[in-house]
Design a protein around this ligand. Structure first.
Ligand code: ATP
Length: 439
């Protein structure tokens, strides 16, 4: 049997729509550029990814979680440097009005959209933050921003978390939440959008220990992506040769998407830049008193891990997508080989026929399994067609209730990947699935 990986992003976009993972935002109005809605299966998959991250990052001795507001005091963004520096150089084609990031194209080449020569405007800096008004009066004093990253909600809460949780260095604060960037060139499906979710963690450390913290988090974060089922050969490290002014080391984990290699996660050593800035602008003392080192006072350094939830989801979906060709066209199938704990639906319960005799035990089993997992109940069409649909959404187990069930109190459980079927006693189905798929 031969199999193929995902060939193009267009195939994944079509599959996502067709099977209820991701829809275009406001589709009935023609859509809104680069905004996407999670459908019923997408929201499950994304929640499972978030849960996997939250567990890995906060079910530890040294990391707490927070959930900060999206709207923050406008001075936060002055202090962080976003008001002055969070810009991309932008050029327009004077002929077709297309917009490009000046640092992404060759300005001496013709416009890639319309072919016009020498048609670009001079590059000008474009701030990527969305602003809005707070309160009923529209004046400049009421201007606030939709956060372009979740990190600042962590930095400003450093003293709150440290004191209330009685933390000593090193310790981390983790957060999952929406971020907004008015990207000049969004695209590649959910790779680059204007509204997205980040999963970020700031690890506060003693200055001078950043190299060992970097090693530790590089290893943990790399392994997390592997544990989610991503193939190793599709992951690579990229070391930043040119560092941002606040960083003293920076690495990205890149994934080989259908459109090419792209950043999925950044692991950055940010020194004490952020706390220093907030100390200066807020005029609050953010020093840490190190009781283990003669009550020395200093601003902690920060090691940050920052991963885009949507990019991660795109990688998980791209990696899982296979088309299998067993040689018999009838049996060809698309299968999403999600790691079972990430799969949106864990089990599909299928009475062989729509008959009360079969539906009775089938719905009883459904009710029992639903206490622990997200399940589907499917009575439509032939069993073969129902299997195909579950393969396409990546359901690890399909459970068929047939006429034998009425006498032997067992069901057939079919494995998504091997397609092997096993007979399992009704009262053992839950533990069988839990064990087999580590749920
Ligand atoms: P890029 O170079 O791709 O613009 P970045 O270096 O600006 O990304 P960071 O500011 O480090 O990204 O953000 C951390 C993570 O947030 C990225 O690794 C990515 O996974 C995610 N992310 C950033 N911008 C977007 C976006 N516009 N859409 C979706 N995810 C994003």
């Amino acid at each position: 049997m031969s199999e193929e990986n995902l060939k193009s992003m267009a195939d994944l976009v079509a599959h996502s729509k067709h099977r209820g993972f991701i829809f275009q935002s406001s589709e009935i109005y023609g859509g809104l550029g680069s905004c996407w809605d999670m459908g019923p299966l997408g929201v499950e998959l994304k929640n499972n990814i978030k849960q996997s991250w939250w567990k890995a990052m906060t079910y530890r001795d040294d990391v707490d979680g927070v959930d900060a507001a999206i709207l923050m005091h406008p001075t936060v963004w002055k202090a962080s440097g976003h008001v002055d520096n969070f810009t991309d150089p932008l050029v327009d084609c004077k002929v077709c009005k297309s917009r490009f990031r000046a640092d992404n194209i060759d300005l001496s080449a013709p416009c890639s959209n319309c072919g016009a020569k020498d048609s670009f405007t001079e590059p000008r800096n474009f701030n990527l933050m969305f602003s809005t008004q707070m309160g009923p009066v529209e004046d400049t004093s009421a201007k606030v921003y939709l956060r372009p990253e979740t990190a600042q909600g962590i930095f400003v809460n450093f003293p709150n978390v440290q004191t209330t949780m009685r933390r000593k260095l090193p310790f981390g604060i983790a957060q999952i939440g929406k971020a907004f960037r008015n990207e000049i060139t969004p695209g590649n499906f959910i790779f680059r959008t204007r509204e997205f979710e980040q999963m970020e963690m700031q690890y506060f450390i003693k200055p001078g220990t950043q190299a060992e913290a970097m090693e530790m988090w590089k290893e943990l974060r790399w392994n997390w992506h592997l544990e989610n089922g991503l193939r190793k050969e599709r992951l690579q490290w990229k070391k930043h040769e040119q560092l941002a002014h606040y960083a003293d080391a920076a690495f990205d984990i890149e994934y080989q998407f259908a459109h090419g290699w792209g950043e999925m996660e950044g692991i950055h050593s940010r020194t004490d830049f952020d706390l220093k800035q907030h100390q200066e602008y807020s005029k609050k003392n953010l020093n840490y008193v190190d009781q283990l080192d003669g009550n020395k006072k200093y601003l902690p350094y920060v090691l940050e891990t920052s991963v885009g939830c949507d990019r991660c989801m795109l990688a998980v979906m791209s990696d899982a997508y296979r088309t299998e060709f067993p040689g018999d066209a009838e049996k060809e199938r698309v299968v999403m080989r999600f790691k079972p704990s990430l799969a949106p639906i864990k089990a599909a319960i299928m009475p062989l026929m729509k008959k009360p005799d079969l539906e009775g035990p089938a719905t009883a089993l459904l009710r029992e399994l639903q206490k622990d997992f997200k399940c589907e109940y499917d009575t439509a069409g032939s069993i073969g067609k129902r299997y195909r649909r579950q393969d396409e959404i990546g359901t690890p187990a399909c459970i068929t209730v047939d006429f034998d069930t009425l006498t032997d109190h067992s069901v057939t459980v079919r494995d998504r990947d091997t397609m092997v079927q096993e007979r399992v006693a009704l009262d053992k189905v839950k533990s069988y699935i839990k064990e087999k798929f580590s749920l």
